[in-house]
Ligand binder design. Structure first.
Ligand code: DGP
Length: 141
C-alpha cells in the first residue's frame, strides 16, 4: 500500500499523530478536522497515499465516496447543520494544504457566507471530541 512517511495524514493512519477517529474500514478512514469551519467538520481519506484526484485510482475514489456518504449522513443525523458541502481540493491554487487526497464533510450554517478558504484556526479539542462521539454514535451501515 502506498505510504508517504512525511505525510501528516499517513502519520494519523499509522497512529503516530492522534486524531478523533470516526470510522475506518479496509480502504478508508474518517476523522474530525482540527481546524473546523463549523461543528462536525470531518475528513475522509483513503488508507493508500495518493496526492490528489488526478493520481487516485478510480476504485479508490469509489470507496472514498462511499465512506464520505456514510459520514455525511452521520453528521446530518447527529449535528443537523443547515447544510453540508462535500469539498475536495487539488493543488495550491485550490487551497489544498495537505497533499493526501481527502474529502471534507463541511457543515454549513444559513448565512455563514463561508469562503472556500476559511482560514485554518485551531478548534477547541474537548468540543471536537464531544462532537466526534456524537457523530460516531450516528454512523450506520
Ligand atoms: P485542505 O486545505 O483541503 O488540504 O484541507 C486540509 C484540512 O486538514 C484542513 O481543514 C485542516 C486539516 N488538518 C491539517 N492537519 C491536521 C491534523 O494534523 N489533524 C487533523 N485532524 N486535521 C488536520
Amino acid at each position: 500500500m502506498s505510504h508517504d512517511p512525511e505525510c501528516i495524514f499517513c502519520k494519523i493512519l499509522e497512529g503516530a499523530i492522534p486524531a478523533f477517529k470516526l470510522y475506518e474500514d479496509d480502504d478508508t478512514f474518517a476523522f474530525m478536522d482540527i481546524n473546523p469551519l463549523h461543528d462536525g467538520h470531518a475528513l475522509v481519506i483513503p488508507k493508500e497515499h495518493h496526492t490528489n484526484i488526478f493520481e487516485t485510482p478510480t476504485e479508490v475514489l469509489t470507496t472514498l465516496m462511499a465512506t464520505t456518504q456514510r459520514i455525511a449522513k452521520a453528521v446530518q443525523n447527529s449535528i443537523a447543520p443547515d447544510g453540508i458541502n462535500i469539498l475536495q481540493a487539488n493543488g495550491h491554487g485550490a487551497a489544498q494544504s495537505v497533499f493526501h487526497i481527502h474529502f471534507h464533510v463541511l457543515p454549513r450554517k444559513n448565512g455563514d457566507d463561508a469562503k472556500l478558504n476559511w482560514g485554518l484556526r485551531p478548534g477547541d479539542k474537548d468540543h471536537i471530541e464531544q462532537l466526534a462521539d456524537k457523530i460516531r454514535a450516528a454512523i450506520s451501515d
